[in-house]
Design a protein around this ligand. Structure first.
Ligand code: V47
Length: 373
């Protein structure tokens, strides 16, 4: 049986740092002081990976004790047809491409087991599907799979709906919420850098617009997540600026539930020669936990980092493993080496093996089941 930590009585561990630059940052963490951009740059570059990990694990324990969350979920990408041509994306297709697909509402329903707790749905910016199709999809899932909570549509998709259907953002949100939308995933953020946006994803909304849409969602009572796509042409400084931009956005509404660093999969887009190594994934997770002092959960996303690195990430500040997922399509279109899905018991034992209590959760972090040995 794995013991719970009493957060009130949590004492900082003695850490003997190999990198002396970490010591003053550790003092700030212990005193719950906000870290600066220069602290973030020191963290993301430190050679003292284990010292960094211990700092992040302490910061994680202050938020969620010994718990690590996962969800019985299915990831659905209703279509890969997309009007955009982002340079990192192997998933999107144009009409007539061999790999283009569109699922029907019935096909999507078949993918959702009635005992699941979350449906995570995102997709391409489809050129012709009407808005009513998305409403009908949510309504049908709500009716036929009442247990499943619906987390769907990135801010980039909401922005696209607003422009394409000439609906106000209010109307887009009100109609989707009425149809059953309960929270939003964190995709479409990529890197909050205008330089990178112009080079890689110029058709997608800007950082300010992405944040504006999330703030609108939060004001309507929809919680959301945030991501960072890293390991391609972005600089370390741009990664830290991204985290600070998010932290400031969270100060305004408090509506972000979880942050997910997404490791770029080189696939056929090959923006860089090799994928980020596991040590970089761990540094990214730990730095995120320490910089984002106001976002409750940090996800170690096994689909992109691989299950082994993701499991180690549970001792580097992460307190969430995402979910069982079913058949993931975005990373796997980019030739990710991870399995397509994981079983519930495998996820629970990955967490327990890392010395943490596994909490099967719903999409809104309600507890479904506790696994502690
Ligand atoms: O925004 C596209 C990324 C994102 C590649 O909110 C790629 O819980 C790596 O946002 N290599 C969509 N990443 C996925 C996403 C997500 C995933 C898991 C959990 C949550 C959550 C959100 O996938 C896109 C883009 O940044 N992506 N291509 C690629 N080659």
């Amino acid at each position: 049986m794995i013991n719970q930590i009493d957060i009130k009585d949590l004492r900082p561990p003695e850490i003997r740092f190999r990198d002396p630059a970490l010591a003053p940052i550790w003092d700030k963490v212990v005193n719950s002081e906000r870290l600066s951009k220069s602290d973030g740059l020191t963290l993301i570059q430190t050679p003292d990976l284990l010292g960094l990990g211990r700092m992040a694990d302490f910061a994680k324990q202050k938020v969620s004790g010994n718990n690590v969350y996962f969800v019985l979920n299915v990831q659905i990408n209703a279509t890969n047809l997309c009007v955009l041509s982002c340079k990192f994306c192997d998933f999107a297709a144009k009409v007539g491409d061999d790999h283009a697909y569109e699922f029907s509402i019935d096909e999507i329903l078949e993918m959702i087991h009635p005992d699941m707790d979350e449906m995570h749905m995102t997709g391409g910016h489809h050129p012709t599907l009407p808005f009513e199709w998305y409403e009908q999809l949510l309504q049908t899932v709500g009716k036929e799979r009442p247990r499943v909570q619906i987390k769907a549509f990135t801010a980039a998709e909401i922005d696209y709906f607003h422009k394409r259907f000439k609906l106000s953002e209010d109307e887009v949100f009100d109609r989707l919420i009425e149809a059953g939308l309960q929270s939003m995933p964190g995709g479409g953020a990529e890197v909050f850098s205008e330089r990178v946006r112009r080079l890689l994803f110029r058709g997608k909304c800007s950082a300010d617009r992405w944040m504006e849409i999330h703030h609108m969602a939060h004001k309507k009572g929809l919680p959301s997540n945030a991501t960072l796509l890293y390991g391609h042409i972005e600089t370390l400084e741009e990664r830290i600026d991204h985290l600070i931009f998010l932290r400031e956005g969270q100060d305004v509404t408090g509506g972000f539930l979880c942050f997910i660093p997404l490791e770029y999969q080189t696939g056929t887009t090959m923006l860089v020669q090799r994928q980020a190594p596991p040590a970089d994934d761990l540094r990214m997770l730990a730095t995120s936990r320490l910089m984002l002092d106001n976002i409750p959960h940090i996800k170690s996303y096994w689909v992109m980092s691989g299950a082994e690195t993701a499991a180690i990430g549970l001792n580097f500040g992460a307190d969430d493993l995402d979910g069982t997922i079913g058949k993931e399509r975005i990373a796997h279109a980019a030739l990710a080496a991870s399995p397509f899905g994981l079983e519930r018991d495998k996820m629970a034992s990955m967490v327990n093996d890392a010395g943490k209590i596994a909490i099967a959760r719903d999409a809104l972090y309600g507890t479904v089941k506790v696994y502690d040995n």
